[in-house]
Design a protein around this ligand. Sequence first.
Ligand code: CTP
Length: 400
Amino acid sequence: MLADKNILLGITGSIAAYKCAILVRLLVKQGANVKVIMTAAAQQFITPLTLSTLSKNPVLTSYADDNGNWNSHVDLGLWADAMLIAPASANTIAKMAHGQSDNLLTATYLSARCPVIVSPAMDLDMYQHPSTLNNIERLRSYGNLIIPATYGELASGLVGEGRMAEPEDIIHFLDNQVFNTKHEKLAGKKVLISAGPTQEPIDPVRYISNHSTGKMGFALAQQLLNLGATVTLIKGPTSQNPTFNGSINIIEVGTAAEMYTAAIQEFAGKDITIMAAAVADYTPAEVADKKIKKEGQDIELHMVKTQDILAELGRNKAKGQLLVGFALETNDEEKNAKAKLKKKNLDLIVLNSLGDEGAGFGHNTNKVTLIDNKGTKKQFELKSKTAVAIDIINAIVEQL
Ligand code: CTP
């Protein structure tokens, strides 16, 4: 999608600027024409020479070049098919939100008529500060697209959200969300997503659960929000407290039975439903009303089957409703996934195998195989859950 596209990359003052060497390299490899604008602060992190060599174009740092020629921000803004600001520092985001244009980058931003994509990078407290959050929200209200910062270790040594998205993910975003016209089909679509585990109580202090963190479902929710879908998220009790860019309806549930009730209630009228939750298959037959005391040598817990939510949704599916399930397998993966697709009347199943390193519960990455109801199978490499979410969305769009 990026071949022959004119990409204007604005780089601001953040340690993540070092990733721009790879970003520019990837853009050029995809056939894009790349011009780079750097702020003064950006040049303290990476040299213009590195980026002019990789982009095969002079790097622009001020309104005039060394020979006294004017670098027209208006011409640059008109040249670009997309303007990407990566990394976008808190300072530049604030300037963009308020229309300040005291350097070539921000003046060009105000002149650009093309889609503008902002990939923030900063330390976690700066990223969480209400003023930054408000500024990002403002940029979104201007129609700019935001690639949320990711979670991980930051240059300060703190751990949290604030890392610039990886160059591969930025390319994926441009490919799929800026230049992929097929995704327009998702605007206004009503989507229901379940994510996370369920907790089945044994007594007032104990429960049975699983290792699901909900990350895959949250990534799907965020990507669908970015594409203009209206998203309802049924969220099981996870240790993660996800933050979303954009407005989302979150329904918190605890047990499989609660998730069942919420899903059945919400299902009608949804265009797309994705069951990414790891629902308990069995629940204690009785919940003790007092803490079970440590008495005998053994204890027996009688468990009964929960309702299969996805299968019930499959039975009630109306024409035009698209239903997506997950299958987490440890053996006979493909055979089991195909059987679930058929039995639960699904349109698409996302298979992940616990045998694959870096895939499944808790990781920020996943490795999936997608199988649709016509038997088409697509296998993907290990990639970030954000990139996996986009692959899943692409497969959904093909069926719309
Ligand atoms: N699922 C569900 N309700 C359940 C159990 C599972 O809706 N009570 C959904 C999951 O959200 C997932 C799909 O069914 O989308 C497959 O879940 P999985 O645990 O892999 O399969 P099961 O059908 O539970 O079969 P098994 O545990 O025997 O593999």
